[in-house]
Design a binder for this molecule. Structure first.
Ligand code: GLV
Ligand code: GLV
Length: 318
């Protein structure tokens, strides 16, 4: 059987696979396989190992003649057409759990970096603009004891709430369902979406990307936020109307934004959001800790092999 891997994985992970399967893999580090090659190689593939950089749509499934399983090295699967997979009886696996804490760490790091203007500080030094200590030089927002509003209280949201508790923050959350664990153990308070936007000093978006969450943060929502508020997005770009976010930041309707995800990735270096000093931008590295990425890759391989051998996936997307 043939496995198509659209990114370059370390040899140590591939060795056990090579004994049993034919492997076709991207050759270049940090560069996805081209769409053209993916469309051609998928024809004979039995298994596909993918990630957030690929769009696995109807066109891909139509080309595939033997595909049994698609395994993504990610928790999010909005890049995969689940309907098209289901119609063809193709299983889809993903990697929840193993990236929860690393992504919560990165989310909190981005919150702190944005609130306290860390990257601007580095720029000031690099550009030789550090002239002296100034009473209000590079002053940001306090974090300790402030109010955090978490939109999307899944595993990662809960991880962020735990970190917020360590900073004595008041924790508000909004989610489709109530989360008793967060309420009882962390004192998190469930509030309506609008109330969260109005009260939070840090609004943290962690909802998955679906039809319902498309542009859930738009002009009306940014309008409700405090002028001193910081917006953080480590979920998915399409959840945010980037034009509305740009307007809100540019007109100081909100104070700053920390973004790890964008509507189009990689974001164009000339994108208007990146011209703003009150934007801290990262290249989609929420889960990018070495051990975490190894664990994600191993889990994705297990999903793939299980699917190929006719066994239940460790984590199958429903
Ligand atoms: C990355 O964004 C993931 O969904 O794991
Ligand atoms: C993903 O792991 C989530 O549920 O937040």
């Amino acid at each position: 059987m043939k496995i198509l891997i659209t990114c370059k994985l370390p040899d140590q992970l591939l060795l056990p696979l090579k004994e049993k399967y034919e492997i076709v893999m991207a050759e270049t580090e940090n560069e996805p396989m081209s769409r053209k090659r993916l469309l051609s190689e998928i024809e004979e593939a039995d298994g596909l190992f993918t990630n957030v950089a690929d769009t696995i749509d109807e066109e891909v499934f139509d080309r595939a003649k033997h595909l049994k399983v698609v395994s993504t090295m990610a928790v999010g699967y909005d890049n995969i057409d689940l309907e098209a997979a289901k119609e063809r009886g193709i299983l889809v696996g993903h990697t929840p759990g193993v990236l929860t804490e690393a992504t919560a760490d990165l989310t909190f790091a981005l919150l702190m970096a944005t609130g306290r203007r860390l990257l601007e500080g580095m720029d000031v030094i690099r550009e030789d603009q550090w002239k002296s200590w100034g009473p209000f030089f590079l002053t940001g927002q306090e974090i300790y004891g402030k109010t955090i509003g978490i939109i999307g209280m899944g595993r990662i949201g809960l991880g962020v709430a735990k970190r917020a508790k360590g900073f004595s923050m008041d924790i508000l959350y909004h989610n489709r369902s109530r989360k008793e664990e967060a309420e009882v153990e962390l004192g998190a308070r469930y509030v309506e979406f609008d109330e969260l936007l109005e009260q939070a000093d840090y609004v943290v978006l962690l909802a998955p990307s679906t039809k319902e969450t498309y542009h859930m943060m738009g002009a009306a929502q940014f309008n409700k936020m405090k002028e001193s508020a910081v917006f953080i997005n480590t979920s998915r770009g399409p959840n945010v109307d980037e034009d509305a976010l740009y307007e809100a930041l540019q007109s100081n309707q909100i104070w700053a934004a920390g973004l790890d995800v964008f509507q189009t990735e990689p974001i164009d270096a000339k994108h208007k959001l990146l011209t703003l000093k009150n934007v801290t931008a990262l290249p989609h590295i929420g889960s990018a800790a070495i051990e975490t990425r190894m664990n994600m890759a191993r889990l994705a391989i297990n999903n793939l092999v299980n699917g190929l051998e006719g066994n239940a996936l460790v984590h199958q997307v429903k």
